[in-house]
Design a protein around this ligand. Structure first.
Ligand code: URA
Length: 303
């Protein structure tokens, strides 16, 4: 680009084209034109949340459709005012305080309240709200996904979009529903544009989901997708190799919980051929539930 091209102002139509091009390329959030040192800005007032409804018509896009190559029509990027800096603690400091804060929560309600206040993860500033959990705390089965998508971010509950509806049908196939399971995500805030959480975001959130698992104390843990499987079970393999095998999830107190990795329902929406293996995994989950004496509603005379 020569200097005369650099200075020529864009027409409104050309600027709109550029925005559309960015949006199609996956950029849905413009923080500012210049890089900022967020650490030195951390003394500034807390970030202002931009209401999604007003500023982000794309907020209802489903993470599942989006991330996994089924991106619907993109809306122009949302702009967060540069005068309201996002305050995020330095990574090491954030991970350290996450561990302390999570360990200090004695109940799930306390943990939720602590997460509401926690400002060590930048995703909190761009998400509409915390997506903590759904289902029955104390249920025998806990399912954990990667991070909320657009629908979850808007509604405030995990797995309520298209993938969540498929998850409900999968659970129904083995006579379970949300009253008999507890559902959460490794990362409880929606990453902008439904991107994959960064390793740093995941590690800052990890003490919280580990504490959530400890406090919910399920008999069985189901990791939905490769991300939850690798993060919680320390598995290096991809989900295609890792799924369908029981492993031990080891809690902070050294207690173990039997854990099964399964395909993420969003992957199944895109890859219907994988449903055969998912069905096998669901049957395995039902078999072990029967073995440990967790009856289906039908067996309890409720179905
Ligand atoms: N995908 C996830 O991993 N979690 C949700 O809550 C929704 C979609």
């Amino acid at each position: 680009m020569n200097s005369s091209e650099k200075q020529r102002p864009l027409s409104a139509a050309a600027a709109a084209e550029v925005l559309r091009w960015w949006a199609e390329a996956g950029v849905d959030l413009a923080l500012d034109e210049t890089a900022h040192d967020r650490f030195t800005e951390s003394a500034a007032p807390p970030p202002r949340h931009v209401p999604r409804d007003a500023a982000a018509p794309e907020a209802s896009r489903s993470r599942d459709a989006d991330v996994r190559g089924l991106r619907p029509e993109s809306a122009p990027p949302r702009v967060i005012e540069s005068r309201t800096p996002v305050t995020v603690a330095a990574p090491d400091e954030a991970a350290l305080s996450a561990r302390e804060i999570a360990a200090g929560a004695k109940t799930l309600d306390e943990l939720r309240a602590a997460l509401e206040r926690f400002d060590g993860c930048g995703l909190r500033a761009t998400a509409t709200q915390l997506v903590f959990a759904d289902g029955a705390p104390g249920a025998s089965v806990m399912l954990v996904g990667e991070a909320p998508g657009g629908d979850e971010d808007r509604i405030g509950r995990p797995f309520v979009g298209r993938a969540g509806q498929l998850l409900d049908r999968m659970l129904a196939a083995i006579e379970l529903d949300r009253r008999q399971v507890y559902i959460a995500n490794v990362v409880p805030w929606r990453p902008p544009g439904n991107r994959t959480p960064t390793p740093q975001e995941t590690s800052v959130c990890l003490p919280f989901i580990r504490r959530q698992i400890a406090l919910a104390a399920p008999r069985l843990l189901v990791c939905l997708g490769g991300s939850a499987t690798q993060t919680l079970l320390g598995v290096k393999d991809g989900i295609t190799r890792a799924r369908g095998v029981w492993r031990d999830y080891v809690g902070d107190d050294g207690e173990t919980i039997k854990a099964l990795a399964m395909f993420h329902p969003a992957y199944l929406l895109r890859t219907p051929a994988a449903k055969r293996q998912a069905w096998r995994d669901l049957r395995e989950l039902r078999r072990v539930l029967d073995e440990i004496g967790v009856p289906s509603p039908r067996e309890r005379g409720e179905g």
